[in-house]
Design a protein around this ligand. Sequence first.
Ligand code: ADP
Ligand code: ADP
Length: 483
Amino acid sequence: MATPRFTEETARPRMARLGAHSHIRGLGLDASLQPLSANVHGLVGQGRARRAAGVVVKMIQGGKLSGRAVLIAGAPGTGKTALAMGMAQALGEETPFTKLAASELYSLEMNKTEALRQAFRRSIGVRITEETEIIEGEVVELQIDKPLGGSMTGVEGAGESAAAAAAAAAAMSGGGKTGKLTLKTTDMETVYDLGTKMIDSLSREKVSAGDVVSIDKATGKISKLGRSFARSRDYDAMGASARFVRCPDGELQTRKSVVHTVTLHEVDVINSRQQGFLALFAGDTGEIKPEVREQIDSKVAEWQEEGKASLVPGVLFIDEVHMLDMECFSFLSRALEHPLAPVLVCASNRGIARIRGTDYRAPHGVPLDLLDRLLIISTAAYEFDDVRTIVKIRAEEEDVELAPEAADLLGRVGVETSLRYAMYLMTSAALVAAKRKAATVGLEDVKRCYSIFLDVKRSAQFLRDNANDYMYNEVGEEDEEVA
Ligand code: ADP
Ligand code: ADP
């Protein structure tokens, strides 16, 4: 009889990214929406804006925001993006968050409204419940063969296709490992053949005889559930941390439901024959035909009715919203009315500005009829204490040890220049400190970097002082932005 084989596709681990906002974990508000004094969720200061964001989150949870959106207005680097991310996280861990800079729409090789539509659908999660096959049992024996360089012996060809046998032979000659895993329940026992990847994941999880394990047949993911009670005499050897569980009964192979969350946009791309799912990795998903979207929408509605899927509205953050033109604004107004609309959070650092493509001026460069639907939250400039605390949080996030004087200096620099500049100084000072093999970033390191890297004000001053050395100098013309 052919022995069953595991599928060898192991899920790739997600790469840990250290984004600029990785320290933001929520809005940091208590039940009555008062900002918590301790920086539990990474957000510092900005109390009024955070309270307002908290009220918006409550409105969303109560289904009271439909047809409306949020505008966060404030100077650059005052935490507009951070606040929007905090809102998404306050809505739940799985809430999709999409960030789009309005100017990106003009550089894409697709129509602007198509790009906006994709951004909207990226911000709606589909939580799909799926039945998968799980093998769950107690490990009786784990036997790993030594690789037999080039030899064909030991290849289990019975019942398998010639191609699989050839692949197995190739794997073996390439130093691939083989082995056998014997699993049991109280009712049955089966021997499974193992390939290199399964052996690697078994040894990574340090699986040994007496462990109760659960293996996802489709992905090959192994989870150790604990030690079998039958082995409780091992207790002394294992220490108090060992968790003992019952040996499972019944069949080794059972069905379990698991939940995946994907976005509507991903479902669109996967089902668009023109694109194929590889487009998701290339990032170049092209335009999606309206028929595909209609089909997906009715399919998702079907799944919802059958209880197989539910929708998770996410947050779409559009930065520099004043860069949008009338066509985009009217798309937004219409999209907000859609029953499935995600929460739209716009941000702008402009005052009264011209609406792109028209001769009209309006607050934040946003047409009045859309503005009327926006709840406006404003962010304030940071004080010394806030800047210092934020820089310290970022230092912790980047594993940088800051001397108190260095943190104070960065705080002062941040107030004088900008929060972002202070953060860059912290990161570069950490490199300078590492270069001189110091464990802590000191005052000198920060001063050194301050002299190497100019902030905007000093850079502008330098340009003014040396105006004649530069080509295309336009000093003196009226619309100089950095005054
Ligand atoms: P904006 O979108 O207003 O230009 P960001 O949200 O990108 O500003 O803020 C710049 C940096 O400062 C980001 O790394 C952000 O996470 C951080 N930051 C801004 N405000 C806060 C805050 N109140 N608490 C913690 N971090 C903040
Ligand atoms: P418009 O399409 O002109 O921008 P809407 O029809 O969307 O405006 O109206 C905005 C809101 O005001 C909606 O909630 C609508 O139900 C309400 N509304 C507008 N006019 C009336 C009215 N005459 N009586 C009751 N509710 C109204």
